[in-house]
Write a protein that binds this ligand. Sequence first.
Ligand code: SF4
Length: 279
Amino acid sequence: MFKISKSDYVLGVKCPNAIWFKKLRKDLQPEFNTALLEQGNAVGALARSKYPDGVHITDLPWERSAVLNTQRAIDNNAPYIYEATMATSTGEYCAVDILKNNNDGTWDIIEVKSTTKPHDYHYIDISFQKYVFSKCGLQIRDCWILTLNPEYVRHGELDAQELFIAHDASAEMQSMETVASEVERIRNILNGPELGIAISKAKCNKFYECSYKNHCWRNVPPYSVFDAFKVALADEIYAEYGPDLANVPADQYVRQMRSGDIEAFLSNQEICNPDILRQ
Ligand code: SF4
């Protein structure tokens, strides 16, 4: 049985090839970005000071002890639990940045981000967290994404209360039924054979630029239909003619390009017929 973490889930929602590569093609793994991790850790520590006196679960999220220590903190009615971790009996698991005790039998999930506003995939990430914790029996009331306040100006010591803004995530989150069916879809992908690679400008840049592009886009020329055309049209042209601009009928598409790209497009086709531009 494959274990599914929150980053696995986001990757699986983005692209079936990507989750398959992550779990089953260890030879393709991109380099780990430690600078990003350190930045996230520093922001996470600052965010914890906004919600003081919590219990910090320091075990790694895939360790059984993380779940046991989280359960102990819940039983002890801790006001906040940092890196609270739960795992379902079917193999989905995650750590929540800050679990807030509402003292009425319900808990809030607070996801900390080092961006200045929430992004699409943050809502998908927090939906999975709610799914895991709910499935483990915890009653989740509200979910929040905590981002940096772009208007914060430091005067002396950092003020964690002013440094962060909490965004109510509820309206943008996936329903628990959607998460359940996405988890099932991801498991079916992982239990099946390796799929043919299907690239697209929309998908490969969805949420963030995919780290498997070096592999999947290896046959795309340095200047291709993906550079010359906007997202939806680029994918449409790619499906019809492939990535190479030399195969794209100039008279049909040249007017739909950004003006700065027209010269490169025509020179790529080894033609430079000014009549095309006058048509
Ligand atoms: S590069 Fe595109 S096709 Fe390849 S894994 Fe990433 S999103 Fe999927």
